[in-house]
Design a protein around this ligand. Structure first.
Ligand code: FAD
Ligand code: NAP
Length: 336
């Protein structure tokens, strides 16, 4: 039987949203406990240069997240290395079960579990995962020195991953299902000007092919979305960069979700459909999904949790199933 740890404010997730919430909640003397999860620092730890974090023309993603963690600790947040396997939001204090055996109870909860990479869902993709199929160029790109690789996707992640892979690979083919990218123009410009890159427009990947002795990728079968014609693009590495899905598994039966799993929050607020439970960052955001917007929502969540606790206290009971919009009030004076 593990220990029980109580927090006035429990923060789940250690990306920009979680650490920012921890800074603000600490400064409100709420002694927050932050559970980091299996990816301490979140998504930015799997990228290289971040060029749109205000105040830094360029900062490496992992370095930025180490700084955020340090900031949260210095302000007084308790940072715990654990992963939450289940949550009970049916009564206050809320309860979270950690993989370590620790049971966390909390008077207010900030969910900042972010998002996870999406996969194509092909059996052959699954078969070669870790054997040439990857969703993280910064983690695995090094293995493809002098070899050909394929990236699928047309967003910022795909273009950045492709550019990063040109540091190692002899050729990078980007396969996209449309005839234009949604990635930022500056990134597209860099991609189109890189001689190692070829773009295969209007194609989807229908199969990953390879050998089993030893297991490894040898190519992907690309199909033209209009004509249906297929051909094999040879590659040793296949990088899937088709977006991210919100990590809402913990709350899917307890909170309102929309757009394929994003937690619904009251407009202009981080309040969820359960009073005292706040959600911030990519978990709630199907539009912007940036480090700076996630951090902003982390700030809002901490200020709203502070207001909620001031009004409802730790011991007050909670009405269940209040409709969205009737939960914690948005603090009008939060910025004062
Ligand atoms: P995340 O960063 O996703 O962090 C989620 C956290 O929740 C993790 O710490 C994880 O361990 C934790 N967690 C999840 N489940 C559990 C659980 N059950 N128990 C405990 N903890 C849990 N944005 C930019 O603004 N600029 C960029 O240059 C940029 N580059 C990017 C490059 C890549 C390759 C990717 C993938 C994304 C990039 N983004 C960039 C987007 C940015 O990383 C995200 O918008 C941001 O990280 C979201 O922050 P977050 O705090 O909501 O969640
Ligand atoms: P994204 O913007 O959602 O792009 C996903 C891409 O994958 C789209 O081009 C989409 O095609 C394609 N796609 C989706 N499902 C597919 C499928 N089943 N088969 C083939 N292609 C598929 O995701 P992202 O690039 O991971 O970015 C996520 C968020 O993080 C964004 O908000 C992004 O701005 C942010 N981010 C920012 C930076 C930065 O600021 N430098 C870097 C990385 C990520 P369609 O275009 O046809 O929909």
């Amino acid at each position: 039987m593990g220990e029980t740890k109580h927090a006035k404010v429990l923060i789940i997730g250690s990306g920009p949203a979680g650490y920012t919430a921890a800074v603000y909640a600490s400064r409100a003397m709420l002694e927050p406990v932050l559970v980091q999860g299996i990816q301490p620092g979140g998504q930015l730890t799997i990228t290289t240069e971040v060029e749109n974090w205000p105040g830094d023309t360029m900062v490496m993603g992992p370095e930025l997240m180490v700084r955020m963690e340090h900031h949260a600790r210095e302000m007084g947040a308790e940072i715990v290395s654990d992963h939450i396997s289940s949550l009970d939001l049916s009564q206050r204090p809320f309860t979270a079960q950690g993989d370590s055996g620790t049971v966390y109870t909390a008077d207010a909860l900030i969910l900042a579990t972010g998002a996870q990479a999406k996969w194509l869902g092909l059996p052959s993709e699954e078969h070669f995962k870790g054997f040439g199929v990857s969703a993280c160029a910064t983690c695995d790109g090094f293995f493809y020195r002098g070899q050909e690789v394929v990236v699928i996707g047309g967003g910022n992640t795909a273009v950045e991953e492709a550019l990063f892979l040109t540091n190692f690979a002899s050729k990078v083919t980007v396969i996209h299902r449309r005839d234009s990218f949604r990635a930022e123009k500056i990134l597209q410009h860099r991609l189109f000007n890189n001689p190692k890159v070829e773009v295969l427009w209007d194609h989807e990947v229908v199969e990953v092919v390879g050998s089993d002795a030893p297991r490894g990728v040898e190519g992907v079968v690309a199909r033209h979305v209009k004509t249906g014609a297929t051909h094999t693009v040879p590659c040793k590495g296949f990088f899937v960069a088709i977006g991210h899905a919100p990590a809402s598994e913990l709350v899917k039966d307890q909170l309102e979700l929309h757009h394929g799993g994003y937690v619904v929050t009251k407009p202009g607020s981080t309040a969820t459909s359960i009073p005292g439970v706040f959600a911030a960052g990519d978990l709630t955001d199907h539009i912007y999904r940036q480090a700076v917007t996630s951090a902003g929502m982390g700030c809002m969540a901490a200020l709203e949790a502070e207001k909620f606790l001031a009004e409802h206290g730790a011991d007050a009971g909670r009405d269940m199933t209040l409709p969205l919009g009737y939960g914690a009030e948005v603090p009008q004076d939060a910025a004062e």
